[in-house]
Design a protein around this ligand. Sequence first.
Ligand code: 5AD
Ligand code: SF4
Length: 439
Amino acid sequence: MSENRKVFVKTYGCQMNVYDSERMVAALGPTGYTQTDRVEDADMILLNTCHIREKAAEKVYSELGRLKPLKRDNPDLVIGVAGCVAQAEGEEILRRQPLVDLVVGPQAYHRLPALEQAARAGAKPVDTEFPEEDKFSHLPRGPKMRRAPSAFLTVQEGCDKFCAFCVVPYTRGAEVSRPAERILDEARDLVDRGVREITLLGQNVNAYHGPASGGEWSLAQLIGALADIDGLLRIRFTTSHPNDMQDDLIEAFGSSEKLMPYLHLPVQSGSDRILKAMNRRHTAQNYIDLIERIRTARPDLLLSGDFIVGFPGETEADFQDTLRLVEAVGYGQAYSFKYSARPGTPAAERDEVSDVDKTDRLARLQALLSAQQKAAQEAMVGREVKVLFEKTGRQSGQLVGKSEYLHAVHATCDSARIGAVVPVRITSAAPNSLAGEVI
Ligand code: 5AD
Ligand code: SF4
């Protein structure tokens, strides 16, 4: 087997995929692969795909079409499709695009070395099985390479909520929490490599209930144990469901110095009728009350959310309820989407709101959310924030990092401070970033 082979990974979608892409590269390491960011140098190309919203599969097929010339020039090139489109489409991918050599679902990445070998031998392996144990537990630990100051760490995967619009319970499977000790080991290893901030990832991360010494830990207990790691300065988590926001987690926002005051808590709609049809299992008022409780624990919390407009059956009155909820809650940041029917989900058979109405509602919702975000950004001017500097900025002498509220902040600062938390006075605000001066 030749050494020094190169793998190029293209990542679509969420932070979980970013994390998984890193794991895929790590899993391939012992077989002689290192990562390249030049696709033309690759011996293997992996597309780590996303299926959450519309036309994901189509995008993957057109990207695969663009790889044809590379495969023609290098017949030994192995092309693999990973991620949620791989999970959802399986064999169909091989039928539709013969240049694909392997298909691997999100639960099978630890088997990539064997799949790659099988692909080289001419088989076209498709592995979309769900493993019985932690898929990354036997990952080789390579040489202690330095890491950027902020890293992701997956603590749970899958989801049992079955929101009527969502493919996650099908592509990522049932909710599974990783054992706490494995997570703590991985976190200590990251900190040894220079990581100062860890974002705990899971499709429904606050449902975390991992096996631990003395039984089972909640996410708050896990955060408590992570906070004891010297050198780890900041902890975040994403994405959460309102119904899994347990009391101990709410308290942690008030009591844990390392848990940052930022929360991404999707509500999707402000209409009780639509929330019910979405199978969200809570009302708009439940959500508003919950946010109030979290803000009592942590008054300066910056809240982020996700919204869907045009869910089947959504009327103008339902949409007005969503606008009202946004007004009542106030977001510092948010994502909003037009509903798109996902094959296999309960809502898929119905797509009743016209695209004209969806486009119109999305524009009105985004105008409101942008205005809230702008106001929140501008309110930071004159304030002091603590910035974890992550890298050099575009202008010379400048560093870029994140405030405790996850604002991107630029400031002139010595590059020796990358990886340090530095007090910064904010001097100006742009829609998606802040500028400041080191105090
Ligand atoms: N249509 C539109 N948006 C969707 N999302 C998930 N599924 C769909 C869908 N079928 C959005 C939700 C979720 C985010 C990750 O993507 O808002 O919170
Ligand atoms: Fe999908 Fe999130 Fe609902 Fe789970 S809680 S089904 S991941 S939208």
